[in-house]
Design a protein around this ligand. Sequence first.
Ligand code: MLT
Length: 407
Amino acid sequence: MAQINSHYQKLQAGYLFPEIGRRVRAFAAEHPEAKIIRLGIGDVVLPLPEPIVAALKTASEEMGRRESFKGYGPEQGYDFLLNAIAAHYQRQGAPVEADEVFVSDGSKCDTANIQEIFATQNVVAVTDPVYPVYVDTNVMAGRTGPAEAGRYGNLVYLPTTAENGFDPPLPQGKVDIVYLCSPNNPTGAVMPRASLEKWVRYARENEAVLLFDAAYEAFIREPGHVHSIYEIEGAREVAIEFRSFSKTAGFTGVRCAYTVVPKSLKARNDKGELVGLHGLWLRRQTTKFNGVSYPIQKAAEAVFSPEGQKAVEANIAYYMENARIIREGLTTAGFTVYGGVNAPYIWLKTPDNQSSWDFFDKLLHKANVVGTPGAGFGSCGEGYFRLSAFGFRENVEEAVRRIRQGL
Ligand code: MLT
């Protein structure tokens, strides 16, 4: 009989967001009259901006004509998009070449799949709280021991808490791979430049690789913050960066993202020789992935046009105004609130030390508002709760009103 990959049995319960969905559906079935406001999963609500829709339409029509029809595209992405991405990086002061960019169908998939090019013996460090995908995919790959008290054996957890300003501390000893996310999901904190410099130094000294998730960089509002790890000197030898059109440009249902693997980034093989990671990722992607469709890549290219940038910026500003309304509304109501300044997530302390899931249930039942329990992101998230700023303004205002009145 076929045997399963038993590492899957180490995984704790279901993936966080489907579990939330299950509880909300059960509540809605029991209370069909409830007007539920969903600020749980970070999913965009505003429609695609017009310049992006126009590009999508034109490219779709091209696919319907013999002379402009396209089959398989180039493996890493079409040049028009790779060049637009590289130019965007140059404008941000981050040295990235077009052929170092890999276009994909999402940062979730890329941050999940990247671990495949690393040996199972690598010691992996993650922040706590953390985006669950980084952890679960390493569990599936057999890089961890079983879980105890919410933490997997062999994983190094970096407590990233209010006490250290949500700035991940360096590990005690040597680790090989570190996942960092800034602006952070779930805490909404942005890592200071000095902290990123410290991490790049650590990676260089320890021959570690930083997996830098910058999916929310476009939400940084305050000037002076780092948008790309490659703004930091020396990062091109130690870091892979992930970015996405999902939240930036409303692509959660459209699907397009990109990952940068610099040609100068190397790690060792089992003989101790240095091997470029760019070639390995190319090999992995060309074997397991056939690229993002032409119309979607054209739509993504339109994000970088002057009209596209203006429209996308207007949507981001809308969500960040939501973030301000939540942050200020809850602060005035006496909540301790973090994030929401340079990220679309608000991270709040649950009142009276309630557990994250108790607070989730209370919010759902009393205010009919859905959020995400902090404990779902790791044990340091216990006693915290995440609200997403991705919602229509009237719903966000109503949610804040209900939370202030109803708890
Ligand atoms: C979240 O709510 O944390 C995100 O939407 C999850 C994701 O981007 O996969």
